[in-house]
Ligand binder design. Structure first.
Ligand code: NAD
Ligand code: FES
Length: 295
């Protein structure tokens, strides 16, 4: 069992929890994720790691209520415990595995949309610890939905906040801020965009125009998190990839976002899962007992 040490609501329906998970905290890296289950027979929920403390043996997660599973999680309090807390899963961010001398030469721009701010934070923090200060754009619908502002301020080189309704910071979508920064003469070697798929799609269209290589973190539906069930299948550069083992980060200019968004919708129903199982065959073989691939 994995004890919840702290639990608080950061914004309406968005929660932060600090969880005791020593083994995960020991080896996790920015960009990786975990899968939680509240009880033995509950849904598996993948969440990108927001922060970790190796000495304290804790992991910080941030999640939004989007269904029954996350609703159950939101009701848990400090002192309660998760049945499963599996990880770290997926590959660490490219910046962690690339030679640090190369990373230090690059000017990074992070684009964080809504709840996607949580997985951006450990990456910006990691760069800051290496002496690299990145520019960060944080976008949310409205002022109340801006997350981790103080935390981000303490690790970012420049922080640009924007709200769709203009209630705080700049006004407009994150893509407008990318355009504005480039128009102001800023140069970036790499952009990392994390948020809703639609945001990542349009951020990639914008950075493509400016020829800024862009990494995105894909969060399709996941079931086993080990490459077995096929739930998180994507097409990247014309090739089939699985977000849980090949990602979650990919070259955003090569991701087929339209297919990923359509697939996400289809996967929500039993009929849709059966359709995908028939269409995708072997890579959607089921066996996990949950994804519907074997039905
Ligand atoms: P949101 O819908 O409030 O969007 C956040 C920001 O993204 C907006 O303020 C805007 O600046 C930008 N954006 C949205 N649509 C855009 C468009 N068409 N063009 C350009 N910019 C656009 O975000 P939310 O409600 O916090 O998002 C929740 C979603 O984020 C969920 O679907 C969740 O699964 C996803 N999410 C993704 C990750 C990830 O790893 N990629 C992590 C956490 C959450
Ligand atoms: Fe990736 Fe099952 S969640 S293959």
């Amino acid at each position: 069992m994995y004890k919840i040490l702290e639990a608080k609501e950061l914004a309406a329906n968005i929660f932060e929890m600090v969880v005791s998970a020593e083994r995960v905290a020991k080896s996790c890296q920015p960009g990786q994720f975990i899968i939680v289950r509240t009880s033995e027979d509950s849904e598996r929920i993948p969440l990108t790691i927001c922060d970790y403390d190796r000495e304290a043996g804790t992991i910080t997660i941030v999640f939004q209520i989007v269904g029954a599973g996350t609703q159950m999680m939101a009701q848990m309090k400090a002192g309660d415990a998760f049945h499963d807390f599996v990880g770290p899963l997926g590959r660490p961010s490219e910046m962690i595995t690339d030679p640090i001398e190369e990373v230090k030469k690059r000017k990074y721009l992070f684009v964080a949309g809504g709840v996607g701010t949580a997985p951006v934070y450990p990456q910006v923090k990691w760069l800051h610890e290496q002496g690299i200060d990145a520019d960060v754009i944080v976008g949310a619908k409205t002022k109340d939905l801006i997350l981790l502002e103080e935390e981000m301020k303490s690790v970012a080189g420049n922080l640009y906040i924007t709200t769709d309704d203009g209630s705080y910071g700049r006004s407009g979508l994150v893509t407008k801020v990318i355009e504005d920064l480039v128009a102001e003469g800023k140069h970036y070697d790499v952009c990392v965009a994390i948020g809703p798929m639609i945001m990542m799609k349009f951020a990639c269209l914008t950075t493509k125009k400016f020829e800024i290589p862009t990494i995105v973190s894909m969060n399709p539906i996941m079931v086993d998190g080990t490459g077995m069930c096929g739930a998180c299948r994507l097409t990247v550069g014309g090739e089939v990839k699985f977000a849980c083992v090949d990602g979650p980060e990919f070259d955003g200019h090569l991701v087929d976002f339209d297919q990923a968004m359509k697939r996400q919708q289809i996967y929500k129903t039993q009929e849709g899962r059966a359709y995908l199982a028939a269409k995708e065959g072997a890579t959607h073989h089921g066996g996990c007992g949950q994804c519907g691939g074997d039905q």
